[in-house]
Design a protein around this ligand. Structure first.
Ligand SMILES: [Ca+2]
Ligand SMILES: [Ca+2]
Length: 328
């Protein structure tokens, strides 16, 4: 395992030295209106004590995002990720986002199509800008955040006495991405963001849905808080709710500290109770991470060690994640 890590770092260093500066991108010519292309490529090495094989390489993401504007009122985005087909054998479409964005009046935004619906803080952060290789259990275990579905949202931006307030509500099928609706119900999502200063972000969110032909109940709420100051960032989320009648709760607290020119230390404590009415089924993930920015988030290395803990019988299931990424 450590030989593998050594090889990865030699490779990564070689790649760093080989990078030459690129010209600032000019807009791509579009059939109509303006268009730009963005992308994200992530190469991973992962060590997981409970997987077989324990050590493996992954292409975690190969996002290609086209977006543009038709006029000041109409904009659009199409994003595909061919790696998702390889990563998830239940997937048979590489379509991620297909979004039409309307701004009919100043400070009012309507998004329609398939995209990430607004729940949680980290779930809405760009995958290229994450402080850790992987998001917290709110996304990875519960799928309560960072999920795509088909529907629409309406967002309003308000500024009151210097305080930015941003309510969003939406309706969605509730069957997640690239799928037909399976029932008569529409799911509801709502989120309210309040930013008193540029350093402080606070939000609450709520999801109310019925999934599948059996209309399995999904009902959960979340609170998020983020504080940034120079070299420090601290943020956390708490979410609780019901999945198919089972009470679940989850919270995490993350912090980052920037040091030297392009290094960052990242720490996260993540707790998930799969059933808050019964004992011995809560789990924790403590992650210690080191980020090395070759060129900000456009090219960086992330090394994470994940200490996994169990409320019940302890399992030897710690893990290592290494991410080498470029975003353009
Ligand atoms: Ca539905
Ligand atoms: Ca429990």
């Amino acid at each position: 395992m450590f030989t593998t890590i050594k090889i990865i770092f030699i490779l990564a260093t070689a790649m760093t030295l080989g990078i030459t500066s690129l010209n600032a991108g000019e807009n791509v010519k579009s059939g109509f209106g303006t268009m730009s292309i963005k992308g994200l490529v992530q190469f991973w090495y992962e060590h997981d004590n409970v997987r077989s094989p324990k050590d493996f390489f992954r292409i975690r993401r190969t996002e290609i995002r086209l977006s543009g504007t038709i006029n000041p009122i109409v904009a659009w985005t199409v994003m595909i990720d061919p790696a998702t087909i390889r990563e998830d054998n239940l997937r048979n479409s590489l379509l991620q986002d297909a979004q039409i964005i309307l701004t009919p009046f100043e400070n009012w935004t309507i998004s329609a199509g398939q995209f990430i619906f607004p729940f949680g803080l980290e779930g809405l952060m760009s995958s290229a800008r994450l402080d850790f290789a992987e998001r917290s259990m709110l996304t990875t275990k519960l799928n309560w955040a960072n999920f795509r579905d088909i529907g629409f949202t309406i967002r309003h931006n308000i500024k009151l006495a210097g305080i930015e307030i941003q309510p969003t509500i939406g309706l969605l099928n509730g069957e997640r991405l690239n799928r037909w609706d399976l029932n008569e119900s529409m799911d509801f999502i709502g989120r309210l963001v309040v930013s008193p200063t540029e350093h402080l972000h606070f939000a609450v969110a709520h999801y109310n849905g019925w999934a599948g032909a059996n209309e399995t109940r999904s009902l959960w709420s979340g609170v998020e808080l983020m504080f940034t100051q120079d070299k420090f960032t601290v943020y956390g989320e708490f979410a609780a709710g019901k999945n198919a009648g089972i009470n679940i709760n989850n919270f995490y607290l993350s912090g980052t500290y920037n040091f030297f020119k392009n290094l960052q230390l990242a720490l996260r404590y993540d707790y998930l109770d799969h059933n808050s009415d019964t004992p011995l089924n809560a789990v924790t993930e403590k992650t210690i991470g080191l980020n090395y920015f070759i060129e900000g988030h456009n090219s960086k290395l992330q090394l994470n060690y994940i200490f996994r803990g169990e409320e019940g019988t302890s399992i030897n299931n710690d893990g290592i994640r290494f991410n080498l990424q470029t975003a353009f």
